[in-house]
Write a protein that binds this ligand. Sequence first.
Ligand SMILES: Nc1nc2c(c(=O)[nH]1)N[C@H]1C(S)=C(S)[C@@H](COP(=O)(O)O)O[C@H]1N2
Ligand SMILES: [Mo]
Length: 215
Amino acid sequence: MVAEEPVPGVGSAGRIPPGQRHVHGWPVSHYGPVPRFRPERWNLRVFGATASGETHEWAFDDLAGLPRTTVVADLHCASGPTSTGHEWYGIPAATVLDLAPPAPGVTHIMAWAEYGYSANLRLGDLTSPRTLMATHHNGEPLTAEHGFPLRLVVPHLFGYKGPKWLRGIEYMTADRRGFWEERGYHNIADPWKEQRHSYQEQPADGPTPSARQGR
Ligand SMILES: Nc1nc2c(c(=O)[nH]1)N[C@H]1C(S)=C(S)[C@@H](COP(=O)(O)O)O[C@H]1N2
Ligand SMILES: [Mo]
């Protein structure tokens, strides 16, 4: 991979990660169709290794009572494009841990979206003060194609770690790879370290993709 020079003066940090190219506007990028929002069927579930052993569930209207925050961040797709200056508004993701505490052994989470898309994160990625479950972007509700009604935003990691159409958080007592992580993408996904591909991983970065096991 040819590392490009970071573009000075561009991006929320005044620069963008190595190997990324700045794109104007906001491209749409995801796998599969855009789900239709059905408010009466929609819920957000926190499940897996919860402290109580129970699954916690919020209906769409329940979200209105939760705290809100604004975060300005860039969005780095691991395939190269970086779009900049996104003003996200939503619920700090750490709120989930207050409302539905994890069991003591929880180290990782799986963020689940419609149609089974998933992304695994270290617990600390979720509780990072800049990680949020966004409902709005630049002052407007999210559009359907960008994740309405709820989208996880993890500004310090590549875009695939932030599921659009978020529906669940699974507490895990061991790491397990999500959708793209199983398909050759890096388990950690730090753009500043250019962690794009699973073949770049060190043993401590996570479990081996199952497709590669035994090879
Ligand atoms: N549910 C879902 N969320 C997803 C994806 C996806 O395929 N499905 N793609 C991810 C990837 S790879 C990127 S780069 C961003 C793109 O977000 P955007 O379309 O708002 O630019 O969404 C992420 N969230
Ligand atoms: Mo991406």
